[in-house]
Ligand binder design. Structure first.
Ligand code: ZN
Length: 321
């Protein structure tokens, strides 16, 4: 496959401004990229978009074997339970009234990573849980550590049945997919009528404006999109969903990470995975100072995470003569 042009999925023909010379300062791989920003809605799209197989190397460091082994040992020893259940609380608080009791849920988590969220759902008594993620190592981890089936590969390749799940979730997944409208059509197809779909993606905040190409969620080239709130909602509606509600969540350390990336190419390898380095200690200190500001910003509706809960409408009852 070849490079393609990146454009807002809703406003392909309107002018886009360009943010050029964006480096991969998150993982520290070589190369420069650019984002086109839709002048109508503010959605940003990686432009041009390398062919999907050219992006493979940029995903290579997500789940290294030594980290998986350590994480597996810790979870088997009963650690990280509250961390694992944090996302469950987010979903329950936001949509418990429409999603219904956990014991009735057939869940698919798309882009499930190491399946911590599914692990929490299983512990909470969900009827069935399943995941899909590109990496075979995620599938192995989920089976060994949580006893959960994760299908390796892309969502569209799995051939799930129509309406197989009554809760489909996707945490930080939609910003990675090439054709969000096609993915949303597939999410709609596999969601049972009356069932729900929940997503969380990064949201643009005042820190995005302040930090420009050093804004930490940019994560070029893995993040192909930074959706505006309105565009994310309209993509769901176009796919046939009813948007039940949206919410902004708190992203910790957004400024601290962006600031450290000003002088560090490779935030993950050089800082996040070296918690006792001077950079990591500086980051922690700034993140602490930033916390009150982050809380106020989130309360004011400018948190760094955007969440959306949608429902697939019930099929209209057959007409009676
Ligand atoms: Zn747009």
């Amino acid at each position: 496959m070849v490079e393609t042009q990146g454009r807002c999925p809703l406003h392909q023909d309107v002018p886009h401004t360009v943010m050029a010379d964006v480096e991969d300062r998150f993982w520290g791989h070589d190369g420069t990229f650019a984002y086109a920003r839709c002048t109508t809605c503010g959605t940003m799209a990686l432009d041009p978009r390398p062919a999907p197989d050219a992006l493979g190397p940029y995903y290579a460091d997500y789940y290294p074997a030594d980290r998986l082994e350590r994480a597996g040992r810790a979870i088997r020893a009963g650690k990280f339970k509250s961390m694992r259940h944090r996302r469950l609380k987010v979903v329950a608080r936001m949509g418990g009234d429409v999603i219904g009791p956990v014991s009735d849920l057939d869940v698919l988590d798309v882009g499930c990573g190491l399946a911590h969220f599914l692990g929490a759902l299983k512990e909470a008594g969900a009827k069935s849980v399943r995941g899909v993620d590109f990496g075979q190592n995620c599938a192995d981890f989920a089976r060994d550590v949580y006893g959960i089936d994760v299908d390796p590969g892309e969502l569209e390749q799995q051939g799930y049945q129509d309406g197989q799940f009554n809760l489909v979730t996707a945490w930080h997944y939609l910003e990675h997919v090439y054709e969000p409208d096609e993915i949303l059509a597939e999410l709609f197809r596999i969601t049972r009528p009356g069932g729900c779909c929940f997503v969380e993606v990064p949201a643009r905040t005042p820190i995005a404006w302040l930090m420009g190409r050093y804004w930490v969620p940019l994560q070029a080239p893995a993040h192909l999109w930074h959706f505006s709130e309105d565009t994310l909602r309209r993509l769901f509606e176009q796919a046939g969903f009813e948007v039940v509600r949206t919410q902004r969540g708190m992203q910790l350390g957004e400024f601290a990470c962006s600031f450290v990336m000003l002088f560090t190419k490779g935030l993950m390898p050089k800082v996040a995975r070296k918690p006792l380095s001077w950079r990591a200690l500086l980051l922690a200190a700034i993140a602490l100072l930033e916390l009150p500001f982050t809380m106020v910003m989130t309360l004011a509706g400018y948190g760094g995470l955007q969440r959306l809960l949608a429902r697939r409408p019930n099929e209209p009852a057959a007409k009676r003569e």
